[in-house]
Design a protein. Structure first.
Lengths: 407, 246
């Protein structure tokens, strides 16, 4: 059977994604009717990036059973890596233009000093920290988008999985990791502008096109990344590797006794998904325009888990639906667009109450609909769990049941 | 007969409790062996030690013709060396089809990269089909194994073990919860398997062991109490005292 035939949901997903991209394009301000504002195109593009990191989260949690509460650290790291290049090049342009006004043409050292002053002035410095060594090379920074999160995940995962840390303890460790990274980046001398973060990322160096066009390009790139990421994830879980992943989730010890090195597999999945998260972050933050350490606070990674849980873990489209649905609804409620509900004695302001609603729905979904929104599709495709009603016929648990005996 | 596995002078202590006490055991290349003993005699701990799940405090475990020690190998490595284990409760991957379960167990390169690019060849699928035939699940290949009955799950697990092509099979209470016809099928499977490899069966059910018709090792308080044919050990006064006479 061909790949598409084995995974009908992939074809459906790609068609929906393509249709959605086309629809937004023809309604965009840049080349369409202008029905969809540029800022909304940015929101949609960012949402697609969140869907991609949710797919990564689904691979690591829904399929492999590792509840990582630190994948937003990788997402943010990817954003920082591309942000460094964007900020450097952009400042380079401005600095070079400003110095060119002077009577003597500036030397390369003068330009570099001006850039350093411009970028690091806010943290009281003007020297380039070592982490900016490759900031002038797009190729190297693009490589770092996957390498930096990948390396962090590799080291962290190697230490954690080798010691057989699992379950809740691993989740806590991942939270500690993302918190530690956020706290480190908050420091002014971390070299990444402390709590100011990197800004002005929406401006592409060397490009004169208006934001309406740039936003659309990023929207397309995000859609493409999500499409490719989705197909890759489907390919990954569709084969024997996916069998092993699900085996690890359901019974780690059994997989080990089959001769598979569970630790290596976990490490591969953890690192791979960290890289995907890095790519998603690198597409997200140029659309957001700014990245600062608050983005990788522990709560962000918990949101990620909530999206996947509400969407339905263990199925890729569930993760996408969860991320898109919850983040869009979330921005509607917290954006002040949702009307307040006056109760006479108290007025429900959604900006304050949205988190309560989200938390409550997370608990309710986990308790009563563990398959999430994606589970609704089962009603259509009748992917029902086996019906094994009827009393046990034998004395032992699990012996023949009524229905089987009558067959 | 040459020895496949030799365990000598092994002891394990859990929080001061000696689960295995100076245990010695050996088995040949193609031999069927039953291990019996009361609860807490150390049967499962013995299997844990051989498969690498539990590290012994002292003693030696020597494996195969090259006489290599198993003590420093990981569980996965030991499994790849050719020791397969069946657990007391049937542990198949319920979310996956019978075919997927068997394909995962099939003796192939276990490295992540090799597995990532692995696509089942016609020969592999044929082998899976033959195995399913042997365990009586040929017409259930595409069913989710969670839908199988208890006995079928036990067979599937035995089938997965056979797919691993191990040189030593450790089987923990294979007949538990089976109907009498299912037991007969299981007996036949084990006897057949023992023609080409070593099989160790841990079992409580005397009737089942009688049908296996093999050497029996009686464990008690972490050490070997008696060894020999079933009739021989059931006549042994110590065995009667601690186990059969209860």
């Amino acid at each position: 059977m061909s790949f598409a035939a084995r995974n009908p949901s992939v074809l459906i997903f790609l068609s929906v994604l393509a249709l959605f991209t086309l629809l937004v394009t023809v309604m965009s301000e840049a080349i369409g009717t202008g029905l969809v504002s540029t800022s909304f195109v940015k929101i949609l593009g960012k949402t697609l990036c969140l869907a991609l990191v949710a797919v990564a989260m689904d691979l690591v949690w829904g399929y492999t059973g590792i509840l990582s509460l630190g994948h937003f650290a990788f997402f943010g790291l990817g954003g920082y890596m591309i942000g460094m290049w964007l900020m450097y090049e952009r400042t380079h342009e401005i600095a070079a233009a400003a110095l060119a006004e002077g009577p003597i043409p500036p030397t390369e050292a003068e330009i570099t000093a001006a850039i350093g002053n411009q970028i690091f002035g806010v943290v009281g410095s003007s020297d380039f920290p070592p982490v900016w060594a490759f900031a002038d090379s797009l190729t190297l920074q693009l490589a770092l988008v996957v390498m930096a999160p990948g390396l962090l995940a590799l080291i962290f995962g190697w230490l954690a999985f080798r010691s057989r840390v699992t379950g809740v303890y691993l989740s806590i460790l991942t939270q500690a990791m993302t918190l530690a990274l956020a706290l480190y980046l908050f420091q002014n001398d971390s070299g990444l502008r402390g709590n100011n973060g990197l800004s002005g990322l929406q401006n592409l160096p060397g490009v004169d096109a208006p934001q309406s066009h740039v936003s659309l390009w990023f929207f397309w790139a995000s859609a493409l990344a999500l499409g490719v990421g989705y197909v890759f994830a489907a390919w990954l879980v569709g084969g024997k590797f996916g069998s092993v992943m699900r085996g690890i989730r359901d019974n780690e010890a059994r997989v080990r006794f089959l001769g598979y090195s569970v630790e290596s597999y976990k490490l591969v999945v953890f690192t791979l998904t960290a890289m995907i998260a890095g790519i998603a972050g690198a597409l997200y933050y140029p659309q957001a325009g700014i990245i600062n350490p608050a983005e990788i606070a522990p709560i962000a990674s918990i949101y990620l888990a909530v999206w996947v849980a509400i969407g339905g873990r263990g199925r890729l489209y569930g993760a996408v639906i969860g991320a898109v649905f919850v983040s869009l609804v979330s921005s509607w409620f917290t954006g002040g667009q949702a009307p307040d509900v006056p109760l006479g004695f108290y007025t429900v302001k959604w900006v304050d109450w949205w988190l309560v609603v989200l938390g409550l729905s997370f608990v309710l979904v986990t308790l009563f609909a563990p398959r999430g929104i994606g589970g609704l599709f089962d009603l259509v495709t009748e992917r029902q769990p086996p019906e094994r009603h009827g009393a046990n016929l034998g004395p032992d648990a699990g012996s023949l049941r009524e229905k089987e005996a009558s067959q | 007969m040459s020895t496949l596995l030799e365990v000598s002078g092994v002891s394990v202590t859990f929080d001061g409790f000696k689960a295995i006490n100076n245990l010695s055991f050996s088995i040949g290349h193609a031999e069927l062996r039953a291990i019996i003993g009361p609860n807490g005699a150390g049967k499962t701990t013995f299997m844990d030690i051989v498969t690498g799940k539990t590290r012994p405090d002292e003693g030696r475990i020597v494996w195969g013709g090259k006489s290599r020690s198993l003590l420093n190998m990981s569980e996965a490595r030991i499994a790849c060396e050719g020791i397969g284990r069946k657990f007391q409760k049937p542990t198949v991957f319920e979310d996956q089809s019978v075919q997927e379960n068997l394909l995962m167990a099939l003796k192939k390169d276990r490295g992540p990269l090799a597995v990532l690019f692995y696509r089942p060849q016609a020969a592999d699928l044929e082998r899976v089909r033959a195995l399913a035939e042997e365990i009586g699940l040929a017409d259930q290949l595409y069913r989710k194994s969670g839908e199988l009955s208890h006995g079928e799950k036990q067979w599937l697990e035995i089938g997965m073990l056979l797919a691993q092509e191990p040189r030593l099979l450790l089987v923990d209470e294979p007949a538990a919860g089976m109907t009498s016809s299912e037991r007969e099928h299981t007996t036949a499977l084990l006897i057949e398997a023992a023609k080409t490899r070593a099989v160790v069966v841990v079992e409580h059910d005397m009737e089942f062991i009688r049908r296996l018709n093999c050497r029996v090792t009686v464990l008690h308080e972490g050490a070997v109490l008696a060894e020999g044919s079933l009739d021989h050990v059931t006549r042994n006064q110590d065995v009667i005292d601690v186990y059969l006479g209860r």
